[in-house]
Design a protein around this ligand. Structure first.
Ligand code: 5AD
Ligand code: SF4
Length: 482
């Protein structure tokens, strides 16, 4: 899953992001849509906005004028859910002025808690799971008639392939494209297989068309999204098990082939993807990455733990040695590849020695970046049913701090190795700190800040890196003849 990788960053930077007001229409009912969690959730909100726009809604960022307030939620850790509960309580206050306002919860928390949110907690009027967004217009009508409305059915087919997402809140340069939904992996700590259902792959032609449409609309970077992109497999239908014969398998499109199709269809577009799974990431994918310049040299490869016994308890289906071998393959096939990871501290029964294995693995891999979490037990997961959550909170936190400290050093060292190098940056816009500076990313996904001069968002600029912090590279634009 690891697609939820961005949650920590989102926790810090985007949590509770409100989308800007739609300029398309001033009539119609007003929708206030707020998203939490992973990139997939933000991408889903764009599908929701598209479905409701077709039903006559316009988006607003002013809560007080909203007719409908929807919160797209995350259930990955307990604190993510607590934050949403607080927010829903706040939203309920708007009913004092506007008793007809409808408040709804979407996404993973809706799927996990189902009717509990309507009945016990009475926080919302509608509850809609990740596979039921097409039903939103009906559910809203039911709610408008004064009834509580719920649809949390999970689907084996739904990929929203035909829905053209309304791009919300972005920079007009980078966009997400979902390529799979759901997850079949059953990592023992993870609630996602329960909230997002079975893994389905989306028709590659619709993915290619969406990429081309984005290019025509001025987008310059796409990120292909899936909980485990490496297990993407299209065989004429979404579910993998529909492949019965060798002939069908020969016609199938795997992730490496999809990546190549997209790279060829939009040759000037930067292509990223998330998230990779160590057990499924093939050399074929790495070779396609190496072959096409427009595929960014960056892999997010969650390890979760550096110890093979813990990895087995986590049901990750690889060992420490296997992971090292995959890292070696990346370094061999794509020598300049950026690598990041997700790590969980204090999983059930983890010993000090096993925690030390995580630290030594990090040191050996030399990650450029990491998302780091302490274990949070989630209802219904394999770990909740089979193992005791026996590591005291203070131990989880102390181990997490050791992991964070180490990663801060590794990130700084990684950035220091880039000082003196020239990178092509896709400019995303003004830097957060000063309008005199621009910020963008290099192929390896590192943020680079440089003086604005005459450069424009959406263009590629070669930048010489002159200094750095653990988080950012700083430099100046150079003119190069290529
Ligand atoms: N507790 C802590 N972290 C978790 N993650 C997933 N489930 C849990 C959990 N129960 C982390 C994993 C995953 C990332 C998105 O979130 O590291 O890769
Ligand atoms: Fe990722 Fe594993 Fe969760 Fe699937 S079950 S979303 S692979 S962490």
């Amino acid at each position: 899953m690891d697609i939820l990788q961005d949650e920590k960053q989102i926790d810090e930077q985007r949590q509770g992001e409100v989308y800007p007001e739609s300029k398309t229409s001033s009539v119609g009912r007003k929708l206030f849509l707020e998203s939490y969690g992973c990139q997939m959730n933000f991408s889903d909100s764009e599908i929701v906005a598209s479905i409701l726009k077709a039903d006559g809604f316009v988006t607003t960022n002013n809560l007080d004028e909203a007719d409908v307030v929807l919160v797209n939620t995350c259930a990955i850790r307990d604190n993510a859910e607590q934050r949403v509960r607080n927010r829903l309580t706040e939203f309920n206050r708007i009913k004092r002025n506007n008793p007809n306002a409808i408040i709804g919860v979407l996404g993973c928390m809706a799927e996990r808690l189902k009717s509990k949110l309507l009945e016990e907690e009475q926080l919302v009027d509608i509850v809609v799971g990740p596979d039921a967004y097409r039903d939103l217009p009906n559910l809203l009508k039911t709610a408008e008639e004064g009834q509580r409305a719920i649809n949390v059915l999970l689907s084996k087919e739904e990929t929203y392939a035909d829905i053209s997402p309304v791009r919300l809140g972005g920079n007009g340069i980078s966009a997400w494209i979902s390529i799979t939904r759901g997850c079949d992996n059953m990592c023992s700590f993870c609630v996602v297989p329960f909230t997002r259902g079975r893994e389905r792959s989306r028709d590659p032609e619709t993915i290619v068309e969406e990429a081309k449409g984005l290019w025509e609309n001025g987008y310059r970077e796409i990120t292909l999204l899936g909980q485990n992109v490496d297990s993407y497999l299209w065989s004429g239908g979404g579910l993998k098990k529909e492949i019965y014969s060798q002939e069908e398998l020969d016609k199938a499109v795997n992730f490496a082939q999809l990546l190549e199709k997209v790279a060829l269809a939009v040759p000037q577009m930067r292509i990223r993807f998330s998230t990779s799974h160590p057990k499924d990431m093939t050399d074929q994918v790495l070779e396609v990455m190496a072959r096409y310049e427009n595929i960014c040299k960056y892999i997010h490869l969650p390890v979760q733990s550096g110890n093979s016994r813990v990895l087995e308890l986590m049901n990750r289906q690889y060992t420490r040695e296997w992971y090292f071998e995959r890292i070696a393959a990346i370094r061999r096939i794509i020598p300049n590849c950026g690598i990041s990871t997700d790590i969980i501290s204090g999983f059930c029964t983890e010993t000090e020695e096993e925690h030390a294995d995580t630290l030594s693995l990090m040191e050996k891999v030399q990650y450029d970046f990491a998302y780091m979490f302490r274990y949070s037990e989630r209802p219904k997961t394999l770990a909740e049913r089979k193992y005791k959550d026996d590591i005291p909170e203070e131990t989880k936190l102390r181990r997490l701090n050791e992991i964070i400290q180490l990663q801060n050093r590794l990130s700084l060292e990684s950035n220091q190795r880039d000082v003196g190098k020239i990178f092509t940056v896709l400019v995303e816009g003004p830097s957060k700190r000063s309008p005199e500076y621009l910020a963008g990313r290099n192929s390896q996904n590192k943020v680079i800040v440089f003086p604005k001069e005459h450069h424009l968002a959406g263009t590629h600029v070669d930048v010489l890196v002159e200094s750095c912090t653990a988080a950012t590279l700083l430099g100046t634009a150079v003119t190069q003849t290529k």
